[in-house]
Ligand binder design. Structure first.
Ligand SMILES: C[S@@+](CC[C@H](N)C(=O)[O-])C[C@H]1O[C@@H](n2cnc3c(N)ncnc32)[C@H](O)[C@@H]1O
Length: 256
């Protein structure tokens, strides 16, 4: 299926474009239309430096490896988070002793499983998606890893789930949130997550470089939305920020 059609079907465009290391050129961003893919499970895995990074740092749980292999059989596999990025998120969650996590955009649940594996026995990942078929691909692996009980899957628009958490009095009780769903709602997700995350907690936002399209957003609603959030966080005194060129770009907002 053509990428733009696939994006319409899915209601998201996690399929964006490429982030690779352009050695010597000082250029880091290439789109798939330029023949380069950005994710370690996409074409970028053939990039020598990406290979080196993975060979020398990736420590993937055996069930995560299996879930990745299964996900790669799915036609929408480019939506999956980059493995080395997910590992960074898990390391950060461990560092801040996270117990309560929100995942906005689950797909087959690679990062949901990744986070559930890193949480203590009484930890929880509130996993938000609108597509049960995607989650059904991942669920057997969540179960095989013995962490399904830590995953609270909510199939409905993420904004509704976030509102429910707020209405349930859970403001400032979450430690970590990962925003990785429909790009046009990024600002809304960020604001709701800021309410739900405790001080010292972390909000990670995926695809913030959008394969380089943020450099010239044009009229594309998704690119404009990502760019708007990037600029908003840059001057947001409620958080400290780091924007990292890993995967398709991830912003880490540390709540003050
Ligand atoms: C890029 S994928 C998520 C990848 C995932 N974080 C991972 O670890 O591989 C985006 C997901 O967002 C979901 N999605 C799209 N619109 C949504 C919405 N309004 N609310 C919740 N999920 C949504 C899609 O169904 C899709 O599974």
């Amino acid at each position: 299926m053509d990428l733009s059609n696939l994006q319409k079907v899915l209601g998201v465009t996690g399929l964006g474009l490429g982030l690779v290391v352009g050695v010597g050129l000082g250029k880091r961003f290439f789109s798939q239309s330029h023949g380069r893919s950005f994710k370690s499970h996409g074409g970028a895995k053939d990039d020598p430096l990406t290979k080196y990074v993975l060979q020398n740092s990736l420590r993937e749980h055996p069930v995560l490896q299996k879930l990745k292999q299964r996900t790669l059989e799915d036609q929408n596999y480019l939506m999956m988070v980059a493995c080395e990025e997910a590992q960074l998120l898990a390391n950060l969650a461990t560092l801040i002793k996270a117990k309560k996590v929100i995942e906005i955009g689950v797909y087959t649940g690679y990062n949901t499983l990744n986070m559930a594996l890193t949480l203590p026995a009484d930890g929880v990942v509130v996993a938000c998606d609108i597509n049960m078929d995607f989650a059904n691909i991942g669920k057997p692996f969540w179960s095989e890893a013995g962490v399904e009980h830590k995953i609270d899957l909510r199939i409905k628009p993420a904004s509704e789930t976030l509102d429910e958490l707020l209405q349930a009095g859970e403001a400032e009780t979450y430690d970590f949130a990962f925003i990785d769903a429909d790009k046009v709602n990024y600002c809304l997700y960020y604001e709701k997550c800021l309410q739900l995350i405790r001080k010292g907690g972390i909000i990670a936002i995926d695809n913030v470089l959008w394969g380089g399209r943020v450099l010239s957003p044009g009229n594309d609603a998704e690119t404009l939305s990502i760019d708007e959030l990037n600029k908003k966080i840059a001057r947001d005194s409620r958080v400290n920020v780091s924007m990292l060129a890993i995967g398709d770009g991830v912003t880490l907002a540390f709540k003050l």
